[in-house]
Design a binder for this molecule. Structure first.
Ligand code: APR
Length: 238
């Protein structure tokens, strides 16, 4: 258990693909630089969607279908335990578009890059929950128009969600914890610098040092499913 004098009050946890890797969800940057065989610019940009909506829909439909075959792992469960038991402020910000944090039980959670299980109608502007295949002819449940629905996912070149709330939480937190992210994609890659500048202690847990590793006071290397439960136990006590 962490001694009271050292106990933080406000914690911001940032998670990336590495937190879901132990559940069998592929990370973004494989050793070949490809995302499940695709270049990101072919599947994760608004230009790609305009050029080839069928390919982009097929890609995200496959990712959404994959969610039905995977389960939250010990890292998601430990963060849900922290959420339930931490008496101070907590915000879990995930870059992941899967739903494993919420299925693991986390509540104080934001999806910075959108969610696979949500759609966005480019006709009427509504965003809504979405189950199953979407495809290029999906009908918007709000305006009934076909062919205007896209995955509610933040692609490269688009504005991530909830940045004002996240920025305020970063400035307030006294412990910033980054889990399973390569630190390759901004703005999330820059969160550690804001937290550090505002006086937070910064801890990273990852399989390997991230690109922003030098900004952290402490780096713990290993699998999230092992490191995160141990850290939560340390913080909350037995
Ligand atoms: N436990 C902990 N860390 C792991 C594990 C594991 N089991 N497996 C892999 N990692 C680490 C890798 O070493 C890597 O540093 O997780 C990190 C995953 O990095 P990325 O694949 O780059 O994923 P992420 O940082 O979440 O990507 C950020 O990029 O493509 C965009 O929008 C997409 O949200 C995504 C963003």
């Amino acid at each position: 258990m962490v001694a009271n004098a050292e106990r933080p009050h406000a914690i911001l946890v940032l998670t990336g693909a590495g937190v879901s890797a132990d559940s069998g969800v592929a990370t973004f940057r494989g050793p070949d630089g490809l995302w499940e065989g695709h270049r990101v610019e072919d599947v994760a940009t608004p230009e790609a969607f305009r050029r080839d909506p069928d390919l982009v829909h097929a890609f995200y439909d496959a990712r959404r279908a994959k969610l039905e075959t995977v389960q939250p792992n010990a890292a998601h469960q430990a963060l849900a335990r922290l959420d339930a038991e931490w008496p101070g402020e907590l915000l879990i910000v995930t870059q992941n578009v899967d739903d494993l944090h919420e299925r693991g039980g986390a509540r104080r959670l934001l999806h910075l890059h959108g969610e696979l299980k949500r759609g966005w109608c480019l006709g009427c502007g509504e965003r809504f929950a979405w189950e199953g295949e979407m495809g290029a002819v999906a009908v918007c449940p709000s305006c009934d128009t076909a062919g205007k629905v896209r995955p509610d996912i933040v692609w490269f070149g688009e504005m991530p969600y909830e940045m004002e709330r996240i920025d305020a939480a970063l400035q307030r937190c006294d412990l910033f914890v980054s889990i399973g992210t390569s630190g390759a994609v901004y703005p999330a890659a820059g969160f550690v610098q804001t937290a550090l500048y505002c006086g937070a202690r910064c801890l990273e847990m990852n399989l390997e040092p991230s690109q922003g590793s030098i900004f952290f006071h402490e780096t713990r290397l290993g699998r999230a499913a092992e490191l995160v439960p141990a850290w939560v136990e340390e913080l909350l006590g037995g």
